[in-house]
Design a protein around this ligand. Structure first.
Ligand SMILES: [Zn+2]
Ligand SMILES: [Zn+2]
Length: 172
C-alpha cells in the first residue's frame, strides 16, 4: 500500500534538507532507499525495503540498506517500531499517530487520534528511564485475515456497502 504523491514529495523534500543540513552526501542510493520507506504505508522491515530497492538497483546489498535505514533513523527522518533489532520496522510518518497491528499477518496501519495524542505517560514510567515519545498500539485480526479465515461464500464480492444494513438479515 502506497502513500499519496504529495505526502511522498514532502517527505522527500524534508529528506533532502536534513541530509544537506547534516552534511551527509545525498546519493542516488540513499534517496532510493528513503523513497521506498517514504512511499510505503506498510511499515516495512529492512528485508522488505531491500527487496523493493533491489528491483530498481540490483547491485544494492542488504547491508547497505540496513546501514542507510539506521542513518535515516539517526537523522530523524524515519522512526522505528518494535524493540528487537532484527524485526525492527521503519516508519516515515513523523506526525503524531498510532498503529493498528494485525497479530496474524503483521500488517501495520497508521491511524490518528487527538484523544490518544493527549494521553499522559504515568509518572511510574519515568522511573524506568527517559521518555522520548509514546504511541498506542491497537492489536487485532485485520479484515484480510478475517476473510481468509472465514472463506466468504462470495469470494469475488468486493462490495461492503450496505453490509451494515444487511446485518442480522443473514439469519436463516
Ligand atoms: Zn492480517
Ligand atoms: Zn506509523
Amino acid at each position: 500500500v502506497k502513500a499519496d504523491g504529495p505526502t511522498v514529495e514532502s517527505r522527500i523534500r524534508r529528506f533532502k534538507e536534513a541530509v544537506r543540513a547534516a552534511g551527509v552526501k545525498l546519493t542516488h542510493q540513499r534517496l532510493t532507499i528513503f523513497r521506498e520507506v517514504a512511499a510505503s504505508l506498510d511499515h516495512p522491515d529492512a528485508d522488505a525495503v531491500f527487496r523493493e530497492v533491489q528491483r530498481r538497483m540490483p547491485t544494492v546489498s542488504l547491508d547497505t540498506v540496513y546501514r542507510t535505514l539506521w542513518l535515516l533513523n539517526d537523522l530523524a527522518l524515519i522512526r522505528t517500531l518494535g524493540a528487537r533489532r532484527e524485526s525492527v520496522r521503519f516508519d516515515a510518518n513523523l506526525e503524531p499517530h498510532h498503529h493498528y497491528v494485525c497479530v496474524r499477518c503483521g500488517l501495520v496501519r497508521d491511524f490518528e487520534s487527538a484523544e490518544l495524542n493527549a494521553l499522559r505517560v504515568p509518572e511510574i514510567v519515568k522511573g524506568l528511564g527517559s521518555v522520548s515519545g509514546s504511541h498506542v498500539e491497537v492489536r487485532g485480526t485485520c479484515d484480510g485475515c478475517m476473510k481468509r479465515a472465514h472463506k466468504v461464500s462470495h469470494p469475488d464480492s468486493p462490495s461492503r456497502k450496505g453490509s451494515k444494513r444487511a446485518k442480522g438479515a443473514h439469519r436463516e
